[in-house]
Design a protein around this ligand. Structure first.
Ligand SMILES: NC(=O)c1ccc[n+]([C@@H]2O[C@H](COP(=O)([O-])OP(=O)(O)OC[C@H]3O[C@@H](n4cnc5c(N)ncnc54)[C@H](O)[C@@H]3O)[C@@H](O)[C@H]2O)c1
Length: 309
C-alpha cells in the first residue's frame, strides 16, 4: 500500500482518481483549494501557490498525482495571469516539494490542447506540439519543468495528455454537461460554428484508470501518454443529436450560433481532435471500457436526479 497525494483532489477527475486508488488499497490525501469534500478525513485545504503548505501536506507521501490547475477556455483566457501562476508556478511548487519530500514519482495531467490543430489524425504522442491557447502553453511549460526536474533532481515522472474527459460531475461549462443541462430544461443544445468540429470523448473512470496505470506502469517513467477513448469520434452536431435521442426529448432540435458569439474565437478553435491511444494500450494495458452512449446515459440520469431534488 502506498500513500498518494492528489493535488486538485476534490475536482472532477481527482475525485474519480481517488476512488480508483482507494479501491486498489492505497492511502490517498486530497489537496485542493475547493472545500467541497472537506468531510473526507484525508482532505487538506490549501493552494499549490503556497510552497510551505504543499510540502507539509506531501510529507510522508510516496507518489503525487498533480491535477490542480486553472482550466476552461473562457476562464483561462479571461484570467491569463491566474492561469500562468497556478499552472506554471503552482506546478513548480509541487515539483520542489516532491524533491524535498523524497517522492518516488509524479504524474502530471497535461492536455490534448498542447497539440492544437494537426494535419494528421489520429494524434499520436509523436505529433508535434502546437499550442494555440494560453492554457495549452502553460500545460506545455509544466511538461518541460517535469523533464528538467528529472534531469537535474532525478524526480521520476509520467505525463498524461487527456482528451475530452467527461462524466456526471464535470463543470457545467464543458460541452456534454452543457448540452445535457439544456435538454433537461427542455431547451435546444447550442452548437458553436457549423457543428463539424470532431472530438472523441472519454468517460472519467476510464481516464482515472489511465492516470493510475501511468503512475505504476513499468517503463512508464519519462513517457508521455495520450489518455482518451478512440472508439467513437463524433462531430458536435452528431453529439447534440445523440444526447437528444438518448434523452428521449425528440422534439428538441439543436441550435447553431456563430463561433464569434461563443467563448472560442475561430483562431483558437481546434477542429479535429482524435487520439491515438496505441502507446497507452501497449505500455499500460489501458483499454477504455465505457461507451459514449453509456456515459451520456449516466450524465443524463445524474442531471435529472439533481433537478428532482
Ligand atoms: N476534464 C478534461 O477534459 C481535461 C482535459 C485535459 C486536461 N485536463 C486536466 O486534468 C486536471 C483535472 O481537471 P478536471 O477536469 O478534474 O478539473 P477541475 O476543475 O474539476 O479540477 C481541478 C481542481 O484543481 C483545484 N485547484 C485549482 N487551483 C488550485 C490551487 N491553486 N491550489 C489547489 N487546488 C487548486 C480546483 O479547485 C479543482 O478542484 C487539470 O490539470 C486539467 O488541466 C482535464
Amino acid at each position: 500500500m502506498a500513500c498518494i497525494l492528489i493535488t486538485g483532489g476534490t475536482g472532477f477527475i481527482g475525485t474519480t482518481v481517488a476512488k480508483e486508488l482507494r479501491s486498489q488499497g492505497h492511502k490517498v490525501k486530497l489537496m485542493d483549494l475547493s472545500t467541497k469534500r472537506k468531510t473526507d478525513p484525508n482532505f487538506y485545504g490549501g493552494s499549490i501557490l503556497d510552497p510551505y503548505r504543499v510540502s507539509t501536506v506531501m510529507r510522508g507521501c510516496d507518489y503525487v498525482v498533480h491535477l490542480a490547475a486553472a482550466l476552461g477556455v473562457r476562464r483561462t483566457e479571461a484570467r491569463r495571469l491566474e492561469c500562468l501562476y497556478i499552472n506554471i508556478e503552482g506546478t513548480v511548487n509541487v515539483l520542489e516539494a516532491c524533491v524535498k519530500e523524497n517522492v518516488k514519482k509524479i504524474v502530471f495531467s497535461s492536455s490534448s490542447e498542447t497539440y492544437g490543430n494537426q494535419n494528421k489524425s489520429p494524434i499520436t504522442e509523436k505529433s508535434p506540439v502546437n499550442p494555440i491557447s494560453n492554457y495549452a502553453t502553460t500545460k506545455l511549460v509544466g511538461e518541460e519543468y517535469l523533464r528538467a526536474y528529472y534531469e537535474n533532481y532525478h524526480l521520476k515522472y509520467s505525463i498524461v495528455r487527456f482528451f475530452n474527459v467527461y462524466g456526471e460531475e464535470q463543470k457545467d461549462d464543458f460541452v456534454i454537461p452543457k448540452f445535457v443541462n439544456s435538454i433537461c430544461e427542455k431547451k435546444p443544445p447550442v452548437i458553436y460554428g457549423n457543428g463539424k468540429q470532431v472530438r472523441s470523448f472519454c468517460y472519467v473512470s476510464d481516464a482515472a484508470k489511465g492516470i493510475v496505470a501511468a503512475l505504476f506502469g513499468e517503463n512508464s517513467t519519462g513517457e508521455v501518454f495520450n489518455i482518451g477513448n478512440d472508439q467513437q469520434p463524433i462531430s458536435m452536431q452528431e453529439l447534440a443529436e445523440k444526447i437528444v435521442s438518448i434523452s428521449g426529448e425528440k422534439d428538441i432540435v439543436p441550435e447553431f450560433i456563430p463561433m464569434e458569439d461563443s467563448d472560442r474565437t475561430k483562431e483558437r478553435e481546434v477542429f479535429n481532435r482524435i487520439p491515438s491511444i496505441e502507446k497507452a494500450k501497449k505500455m499500460l494495458n489501458y483499454h477504455p471500457e465505457i461507451s459514449l452512449n453509456e456515459g451520456i446515459r449516466r450524465v443524463i440520469e445524474y442531471k435529472r436526479s439533481l433537478n428532482e431534488k
